[in-house]
Design a protein around this ligand. Sequence first.
Ligand SMILES: [Fe+2]
Ligand SMILES: [Fe+2]
Length: 158
Amino acid sequence: METESLAQALQREHQEIDAGIAAFAASPGDRQPLTRAIRALRRHIYLEEEFLFPLLCRAEPGLAAPTLVMLGEHARIWAILELLEDAPDARARLALGKQLAGHLLHHNLKEEKVLYPRADDILPPAAADRLQAFIARGDLPEGWVCLKARPAASDAGR
Ligand SMILES: [Fe+2]
Ligand SMILES: [Fe+2]
């Protein structure tokens, strides 16, 4: 199991989430794959925003710009997830699922080409191990919201 690098484990999560969305698209009457994929994607974004990206930026400040772009894309993805959860019917869910898959295609490719390989190269082994442990059995904290999807500036001065 430890033979899977952190980059590979993160990429596997992308693939598992994609597969869940594809399974839903193939059989929209069954919402379980979609529900699972949404949960997994939120947890994946949490891992990236709270742990992976800060660690990468600390180890290599030049990665601040690309991670900032990823944060913006996460917010757009997050908005689609919220719409998906509130979608009134299968037709709306299907259209949103398609939109989500399109966003993920581009987003994931960038992470896999630019950020994940650096994670294998520059993160201290102990940090990489902690991230692997989270991938294996970590939980998304209840109510967590991705950084750029939080109400604008409502946090300032509180
Ligand atoms: Fe991401
Ligand atoms: Fe990712």
